[in-house]
Design a protein. Structure first.
Length: 221
């Protein structure tokens, strides 16, 4: 079992539950960081001192306050840690259950487990710790469909951004202008029209409103 674990969580009551769970698993060194920047610095110091953390458990959302943070979310933290220190196991523990976000964290950022905070959250977290210790990927039942072949959709982050802007009431011309201001390509009106038409066909949507509704129901935005 792991011996040195860092919990990145700003809610003390949740941390107490996680701490108790980890103690029951026999983990001897458990530390907490209430800010993502602090978690990153602790992990970096551990590497420099040749006393590395073996597991990071992090929430995704952190309440903003007076401190300016380089890493504003657990997603930013997880991405950085897996990129710089891929040997460290990372478990995301969050109330967020959107399938696209889970896909991104698992497939793109290579986190090792995704556990939903729920009534069975601590039980699922226990299962996740055991799984990642054995080099397995773990997902809570609520989001396991994110990696199911039946849910492998031909949709990327660009498509999701288009539909997200569409859901805000922007016209295709306004979306084109927005993408240009964000330096996102392609951003021409014709390319946006083609991509949205493709998505309408793929999701069998009758119109733009129907497309937005379907994508929202799937948890992609």
């Amino acid at each position: 079992m792991f011996t040195k674990v860092l919990v990145s969580e700003d809610m003390d009551d949740i941390h107490k539950g996680v701490y108790t769970l980890l103690t029951d698993l026999g983990i001897s060194e458990i530390q907490q960081a209430q800010y993502c920047d602090d978690a990153y610095l602790k992990i970096k110091k551990g590497e420099l001192d040749a006393a590395p953390y073996e597991l990071l458990i992090t929430d995704l959302s952190f309440k903003q306050d007076h401190r300016t943070q380089k890493f504003e979310s657990g997603e930013d933290l997880a991405k950085a840690i897996k990129k710089e220190y891929p040997h460290i196991k990372v478990i995301v523990y969050s109330v967020e259950d959107r399938l696209q976000r889970v896909r991104t964290l698992i497939n793109d950022y290579h986190v090792d487990a995704y556990v939903c905070k729920s009534r069975r959250g601590l039980t699922e977290l226990t299962n996740a710790v055991h799984a990642v210790f054995n080099n397995e990927t773990y997902l809570s039942p609520e989001v396991i469909a994110a990696l199911s072949p039946k849910n492998e959709l031909e949709i990327d982050n660009f498509d999701i951004e288009l539909v997200r802007q569409l859901s805000k009431g922007l016209s295709q011309d306004e979306i084109s202008k927005y993408l240009k201001t964000q330096h996102i390509s392609p951003n021409s009106l014709s390319s946006i029209e083609k991509r949205l038409n493709k998505l309408r066909v793929q999701f069998k949507a009758n119109n733009a409103i129907h497309l937005v509704a379907i994508v929202k129901d799937l948890g992609l935005i």
